[in-house]
Write a protein that binds this ligand. Structure first.
Ligand code: UDX
Length: 484
């Protein structure tokens, strides 16, 4: 990696802003946060990156070469990235996945006190710190940035459509669409129309007082709107109407897709589980003959649906790699697959707890992806020109499914009704993987890949937006200094 270039400002001087970066302590947020950190540091930023202690511990446990400072190699390559950890308020050994509610209550009420203390100490020790970059899902960035006089930069890791829905939570409530009504929603600025079933899980919840809902409301309906700048891991050409709308209310920059410099490899460890190698197995398979299956790092699936998907795979006869993380059903139930399934499919499939997903889906033998529609997985699959079978489970994944299946036409639904049945699963897998049936989907995916490449190229929308963002940061820093 070349040495970072300092940011040029209008009067010809150069500045290197110093930002504290605090991601959401979940795998799907950590990965794009590290990619953004590397991009910012390559463009002259100094970053102090803060992981929670439990996330740091999991990365160490899963790494074959554990290193107390996950950015050491990045620093050796010339980037100014510092690293530290903070407590989320719970002991490291506490099972956050099994006790999700307790964990989230702690994130809601306790985490900010630890962040406050650490940011205070960092700022006191280093007056060059001028910005706070925090994941938009945190409930405290406006409070912390105001207290320490930092430019408040909100990082939204998901689609612009999803953020725009949260921004209009009040309209959904007012029109009775929050949890109940079935009519099409056509009154949200920047969104032509969307069905209630395509809202995020929080916006469809019948119990609106869960801790998850309270967090999302506070973070996304209230706090993120106070950010000085929002940067978003999307692409202008994929969501033009929504982004036009969001740009009217806040400096908002679509700079995605955020990948590592080398798509399949990173200088920084981010895995919370140990990767298993799949390439030897894949090398023996014909081009585009293998379906990759993964439901991400966070959502749970019920045992019935998991069983039907397993038998659907078996019935389809299609080769598969299934990254099935431990605790996918529950951390109380490590062996969730139907009894004997692994034996029955030992010649058809490879089941691993975790893999290097980007490396696996880049392999020539992979021809499709059965996904839960996590936003990272969607961007990565477009990059690898893979059509999708969609099975959304939680949070933004329902809305992402709409984009993939209804708008971009790069994927199909796993099952048309809510019920997951093995015969339909097998039929759709064969449709996606065999013959010419899915040619149109593949063609559309190819076009989207080109859109992503163009956006990242010199003069492309994401590159231009990134440059504008750099300029805006300096303006905000100067304004902040002027106000002090
Ligand atoms: C969560 C949400 O569910 C998702 O919808 C949101 O957009 C981000 O936070 P997650 O469920 O983990 O993320 O899904 P996804 O966004 O797809 O992120 C998973 C990441 O883990 C991807 O970058 C993927 O490449 C990586 N991964 C997954 C692996 O490296 N190995 C695996 O075996 C599985």
């Amino acid at each position: 990696m070349s040495n970072p270039s300092p940011i040029k400002v209008v009067d010809g001087t150069t500045k290197n802003p110093h930002a504290i970066f605090i991601p959401i302590p979940l795998q799907g947020h950590l990965i794009p946060s590290v990619a953004l950190t590397m991009k910012l540091a390559s463009n002259g930023f100094t970053i102090t990156f803060i992981n929670t202690q439990v996330i740091h511990h999991s990365i160490m446990k899963s790494s074959s070469t554990p290193n107390d400072d996950i950015f050491e190699k990045a620093r050796e390559s010339g980037l100014d990235i510092r690293y530290t950890t903070v407590s989320d308020g719970l002991p490291i050994s506490f099972d956050r996945s099994l006790n999700q509610e307790q964990f989230e209550e702690c994130v809601f009420h306790v985490f900010s006190a630890h962040v406050d203390e650490l940011v205070g100490n960092l700022v006191k020790g280093d007056p060059s710190i001028s910005c706070l970059i925090a994941d938009s899902c945190h409930v405290w960035p406006s409070m912390i940035s105001k207290k320490y006089k930092l430019v408040n930069i909100s990082f939204w890791t998901e689609s612009a459509l999803v953020l725009n829905l949260y921004y209009h939570w009040d309209l959904l409530k007012k029109n009775g669409h929050y949890t109940t009504c079935d009519d099409v929603i056509d009154y949200i600025p920047g969104i032509k129309s969307i069905k209630p079933k395509d809202l995020t899980s929080y916006l469809q919840a019948t119990n609106t007082n869960t801790v998850s809902n309270r967090i999302m409301y506070k973070a996304l309906f209230e706090d993120a709107k106070h950010a000085d700048i929002v940067i978003c891991n999307t692409i202008q050409e994929l969501e033009p109407r929504t982004l036009l709308m969001l740009n009217k209310t806040q400096p908002f920059y679509a700079i995605g897709p955020l990948f590592h410099n080398k798509f399949t490899q990173s200088l920084v460890s981010t895995n919370l589980w140990s990767e298993l190698e799949c390439s030897h197995w894949l090398d023996k398979k014909a081009p585009k003959s293998v379906l990759y299956v993964s439901f991400g790092s966070y959502a749970h699936i019920n045992k019935h649906d998991l069983g039907e998907i397993a038998y659907g795979l078996l019935q389809s006869g299609v080769s598969f790699v299934w990254a099935l993380r431990p605790g996918m059903v529950s951390s109380n139930e490590p062996d969730a697959l139907p009894l004997g399934f692994e034996d029955q499919t030992k010649d058809q499939g490879l089941i691993v707890p975790w893999c290097n997903q980007k490396a696996v889906i880049s392999h020539a033998s992979i021809g499709g992806f059965l996904t839960h529609c996590g936003w990272n997985s969607i961007l990565e699959s477009i990059w690898c020109e893979l059509p999708l079978i969609c099975f959304p489970l939680y949070t933004d994944q329902f809305t992402n499914r709409k984009l993939v299946v209804d708008d971009w036409k790069t994927g199909v639904n796993l099952c048309e009704r809510n019920l997951v049945e093995r015969a339909e699963v097998a039929k759709n897998i064969k449709y996606l993987m065999m013959g010419e049936t899915s040619n149109e989907l593949r063609l559309n995916t190819k076009k989207l890949k080109r859109t992503l490449e163009d956006a990242l190229a010199v003069g492309g929308s994401s590159q231009r937006n990134f440059d504008k963002f750099l300029g805006e940061v300096n303006v905000k820093i100067d304004q902040m200094k002027g106000a002090i």
